[in-house]
Design a protein around this ligand. Structure first.
Ligand SMILES: Cc1cc2nc3c(=O)[nH]c(=O)nc-3n(C[C@H](O)[C@H](O)[C@H](O)COP(=O)(O)OP(=O)(O)OC[C@H]3O[C@@H](n4cnc5c(N)ncnc54)[C@H](O)[C@@H]3O)c2cc1C
Length: 508
């Protein structure tokens, strides 16, 4: 069978694109190297009873009428794939020595809380939050599909946004001279980018911060249900998602990609697959290397020249006979830093591999939905996330497996020391399962080069006008992933949906 769309990789943007195309009558075939679909969003089960999502924690843009909901409606899934909202009074709990701030949905309420903490700086704080609002509104107008009339109607917001094209979050903190502790509290979601304020694009921060303010969500039946529902749509229209198939080469004839070569990882046999159009959900740079970079236009080659985002460390845990709600946990995340300057905290962990004073995120998926399915009733799932350096872990794993495991344990212990001291005394006593992941785990299970977490790094350079999009300069070949769109659950929904609209001519 030669499908209309042969898709390499089953990450979220690929599944969204594939499901929309299948739903509109096109034939779709997906080749996925891993044994589970979903890429970074895949779900795995340990000890036959504990279920973890590899990377997704919380998501935005899932409310009624928002992008994710629009796509689900188009696929007839909106009644089946639903979401639970995080607490709008405080969806992210930011904690640092001497300060606590729960981020609310309402910008005016956020201002009030910051005024209470920093009464001498209320003017600057107010100006900063207003600027964030204006920039966020401007960026919405600038997001594709751009409507020139809208740009004119909202020129003030658009101009406000444009001035920050090359700015880091730190540049804007400095412009408004926010006190250091206020900066740290506002930027404590840094784990959502794995970049500190002095490297992070202001745009990336605004989009995510505003996105979560408008509504932070968790899927009612966990992330696996979202992924499986998209796969089901593809299969119900006769499409295929072939797991354990690693694409090892692309077929190029003149300027047209006609198919790929893939190895069935269960039999180690190689097969040829063809498609009328080939969609590339794997890292674009990696695909370009397979094809030969010289085959791409100069413009695309320039856009392919991005740095990868930093990688991460994850600890997936199960606690038994411990109700975390009694310790201040609920429908929110906890972000902790022991250091009052996130630029320094990041450098200490990422550049010096020193986790003695860690900054990390703690999430509790079991508390976010009533639906069972992630663990037995007397247990709760807890996950910890922080940054980690790929080169360091790669070298350690290759040269000294024991030292590699010790380093993972050292980070875990350092995080648990903080948890027991500040949040849940005797946490370790209740721990019945733990497994940790490093940058090399990402590389092995998500097939991402250098264990990168978010595709291209979210710096102003990569977020600017030269950002890669779906265009490859080759015929019948399109990119569709986080680096050629934007990273995250909602942004990969947009990425898949946008490419669907471009190629089908249909409008969502
Ligand atoms: C630690 C961490 C936490 C995150 N937390 C959140 C969060 O809370 N909320 C949120 O919205 N986003 C989060 N994200 C981001 C989000 O997970 C990703 O941006 C998104 O899932 C990327 O989707 P994608 O479509 O780019 O494809 P990917 O997920 O990158 O999938 C690509 C697929 O291609 C496959 N592949 C690669 N090479 C080959 C090959 N040669 N042959 C066949 N298949 C191949 C891979 O196995 C993979 O399945 C997080 C990411 C990380 C790393």
């Amino acid at each position: 069978m030669k499908p209309d769309y042969l898709i390499v990789g089953s990450g979220l943007s690929a599944l969204v694109f594939g499901a929309l195309m299948a739903n509109s009558g096109k034939t779709v075939q997906i080749l996925e190297a891993h044994e589970h679909p979903g890429g970074f969003g895949h779900t795995f089960t340990m000890a036959k009873k504990y279920t973890f999502n590899a990377q997704f924690h919380y998501v935005w843009d899932c409310g009624e009428g928002q992008t994710v909901n629009q796509v689900l409606k188009k696929l007839g899934l909106d009644q089946e794939v639903t979401f639970e909202r995080y607490d709008p009074e405080g969806f992210d709990h930011m904690r640092m020595p001497g300060y606590a701030l729960d981020i609310p949905s309402e910008p005016e309420e956020l201002k009030e809380r910051l005024f209470m903490l920093f009464p001498a700086h209320s003017d600057r704080i107010s100006q900063f939050i207003n600027e964030v609002e204006k920039t966020g509104a401007g960026l919405k107008r600038l997001a594709p599909p751009v409507k020139p009339i809208e740009l004119l109607k909202h020129a003030g917001e658009v101009v406000c946004a444009v001035q920050y094209l090359n700015s880091t979050l730190q540049d804007v903190f400095d412009k408004f001279q926010l006190p250091q502790a206020a900066q740290t509290l506002l930027a404590l979601q840094w784990l959502d980018f794995l970049l500190p304020p002095n490297q992070l694009s202001f745009y990336a921060w605004v989009v995510l911060f505003k996105g979560y303010q408008a509504g932070a969500f968790y899927p009612t039946q966990h992330f696996a249900h979202v992924i499986n529902s998209l796969v089901k749509v593809i299969e119900s229209y006769g499409g295929q998602v072939l797991l354990n198939h690693e694409v090892t080469n692309f077929r190029l004839t003149d300027r047209t990609i006609t198919g790929v070569e893939a190895m069935d990882l269960t039999t180690h046999q190689t097969h040829e697959f063809t498609g009328n159009t080939v969609i590339c959900n794997i890292d674009p740079k990696k695909a370009a290397n397979m094809i030969g970079e010289s085959k791409f236009s100069k413009t695309v080659r320039r856009k392919l020249n991005y740095e990868y985002s930093a990688s991460n460390y994850m600890a997936y845990c199960v606690v038994k006979d411990l109700d975390l709600r009694n310790y201040g946990f609920g429908k929110w995340n906890l972000f902790h830093t022991g250091h009052d300057d996130l630029n320094k905290a990041f450098a200490q962990m990422y550049e010096h591999n020193d986790f003695s004073n860690p900054s990390f995120a703690m999430t509790t998926p079991t508390l976010l939905t009533e639906a069972s399915g992630d663990c037995p009733e007397d247990c709760q799932i807890v996950e910890f996330l922080t940054v980690a350096n790929y080169d360091y872990f790669k070298q350690l794993r290759q040269s000294d497996r024991k030292a590699y495991n010790q380093k993972k344990q050292e980070i875990f212990d350092s995080i648990l020391d903080v948890v027991e001291k500040h949040y849940v005394p005797n946490f370790r006593k209740h721990l019945v399962f733990q497994i940790t992941g490093s940058p090399t785990t990402n590389e092995r299970f998500c097939w991402c080069p250098n264990g990168n977490s978010y595709g291209s790094s979210l710096t102003p350079r990569n977020m600017g006008l030269g950002r890669l999009n779906h265009e490859t300069s080759l015929d019948h070949f399109y990119f569709c992933n986080a680096s050629s769109g934007y990273p995250g659950f909602a942004p990969t929904f947009w990425t898949g949906a946008l490419l669907y609209q471009r190629l089908s001519g249909n409008v969502l």
